[in-house]
Design a protein around this ligand. Structure first.
Ligand code: FE2
Ligand code: FE2
Length: 174
C-alpha cells in the first residue's frame, strides 16, 4: 500500500505537468510536444502497465477474502481499462503531432484536460474509498496480498531516473 500511495503522489506530479501543457495550449502557445510524448509514454509503461495491474491484484484479493468489504466495487477493472484506453488515444494524438499531422488544438486541450480530470478523480476515489477497505483487510490479515509478480518492476522515472527516453520529463521534475 505504501508503494501504491507513493505511485499516486508521483502521478499527481505528472498530472500537474500535463496541466501546465493545457494552460500553454489554452493560451495559444505551442507546448513542448516532446515532453508531452514522454509523459504519455511514461503513463503507458508504468501507471497503466504496473500500478493499475497491481491494484487489480489487491482488489481481487479483497473481493475473495472480504466480500463484506467489497460492495459496489465491480467498476474498478473497467475504470483501469478506460483510463488506459484514454491514455493511449491521447498518446496517439501527440505522436501524430510529432510526426507532422494537424490535430485541432481545441481537441487536444479537451482530451488532455479530460484525461487529467479522469485520473485525478480515480486516484482520489481510490484513496478515500478503495485503499481504506484494503487497509482494513490488511490490518486483520497482514499477509493476504501477493504482488511479487510486479515487485521487480521499478518506476522508470521516479525510481530509476532513466534519462534515455525520459530526459525532458526528468528535467521538468527537477
Ligand atoms: Fe487505479
Ligand atoms: Fe491507483
Amino acid at each position: 500500500m505504501t508503494e501504491l500511495r507513493e505511485d499516486h503522489r508521483n502521478m499527481a506530479v505528472v498530472l500537474d505537468l500535463l496541466d501546465e501543457l493545457v494552460v500553454q495550449m489554452d493560451a495559444g502557445k505551442n507546448p513542448d510536444f516532446e515532453l508531452f510524448d514522454e509523459i504519455m509514454r511514461y503513463m503507458t509503461v508504468y501507471p497503466d502497465a504496473v500500478h493499475h495491474p497491481k491494484e487489480d491484484v489487491v482488489y481481487e484479493q479483497l473481493r475473495q477474502n472480504r466480500p463484506d468489504l467489497s460492495e459496489h466495487l465491480d467498476h474498478v477493472p473497467d475504470d483501469h481499462n478506460d483510463i488506459a484506453h484514454l491514455g493511449s488515444l491521447l498518446r496517439d494524438e501527440v505522436e501524430a503531432i510529432n510526426a507532422g499531422a494537424a490535430v485541432r488544438r481545441e481537441k487536444m486541450i479537451e482530451d488532455t484536460a479530460a484525461y487529467v480530470q479522469r485520473l485525478r478523480n480515480h486516484m482520489q476515489w481510490e484513496e478515500q474509498d478503495l485503499f481504506k477497505r484494503i487497509d482494513k483487510m490488511l490490518e486483520a490479515q497482514p499477509h493476504t496480498v501477493d504482488v511479487s509478480e510486479y515487485e521487480h518492476i521499478k518506476d522508470p522515472v521516479f525510481e530509476l531516473e532513466i534519462e534515455a527516453g525520459f530526459r525532458r520529463m526528468i528535467a521538468s521534475l527537477k
